[in-house]
Write a protein that binds this ligand. Sequence first.
Ligand code: ATP
Ligand code: MG
Length: 346
Amino acid sequence: MNTTATPAPAHARADTGPDIECRGLVRIFTVADIEVQALQGLDLVVEQGELVALIGASGSGKSTLLSILSALDVPTAGQATVAGRDLPALSSRERVTYRREVVGFVWQQTGRNLLPYLSALENVQLARAIGGDRTHPERATELLDLVGAADFADRRPAELSGGQQQRVAIAVALANNPRVLLADEPTGDLDEHASEEVLRTFEAANRELGTTALIVTHDPTVSEHVQRTVQIRDGRTSTEVLRWTHTDDEGREHAMAEEFAVLDRVGRLQLPTEYMDQLSLRERVRLRLEEDHVGVWPGDRATRQKAPEAGAAPEPGAAPASDAPATETDADGQPLTRRQLREMGQ
Ligand SMILES: Nc1ncnc2c1ncn2[C@@H]1O[C@H](COP(=O)(O)OP(=O)(O)OP(=O)(O)O)[C@@H](O)[C@H]1O
Ligand SMILES: [Mg+2]
């Protein structure tokens, strides 16, 4: 007899494409004739089974993106595909089915995730019933087990801590075996210890069920729990931190991390603000193609810059070679920074 109660995922993965794919996503809100560009051509790809954190300052467009990915809102322009569904093209009926079957959400406010008059178990059972799955009645208990909430399955939300409520909320979000789990600041109202437990629960869901997850958060510890942290700035993805484990020759494991700037399909990237401030990079910069990298210099006309060397094709944005006067260089042949030139009295 088969004792495995876990049903096959409702949305088995026949396709191989990414679970989330946003290309050039734009969302403009108009309030009293004033336009706010919440998303300004955002690109984001999340592969099947990835656990990704999305971080960014307040107002950078995180919740706007999640509203679009959860089909509660539609983009002004651009492409948004989740689990193969072209979101802007869905009819209102298809949106309801999509929200019920393809994605699960966890919101910041615990009260938005759970019905107050039902126990933890009944909340998960109700979500399964709404999803139309009346098979495997034991599945709700299994999910509470997965999120570490089995001990308080009979308690109502008011009888649970904030962290416990969020873990039950994750079980509710997983009730119908969604392909993708979306969470908007799920730890925003929690203390450090409870946040840690909730993030571990997302990790467990991702590991045990293979659910793709995108978590929006301000929590600085999130990067320890995910493979990839994507930073959003002014409505576009700007940098990514990738994490992996390296095993050395003696078999010891080391956690590794590296930060990358995001380059979009037409070659745009955002320079970190601190780089721009330190080198006074404003409005236009000079680019030079080197053998294995691209150099970026302040483009201030008052700064005497060397023309790109012969054979090095100027990149878009670089000044024409004939416009560029010879520059002062340092001992390594690099153009001097404006500060160095100022110090030399130029
Ligand atoms: N419904 C709306 N109408 C008008 N402007 C909006 C609307 N929703 C969001 N915005 C604006 O879009 C921008 C992005 O907002 P969004 O809520 O996505 O930011 P966020 O990154 O989630 O911020 P936070 O970290 O504070 O939650 C902000 O300038 C915001 O004021
Ligand atoms: Mg938000």
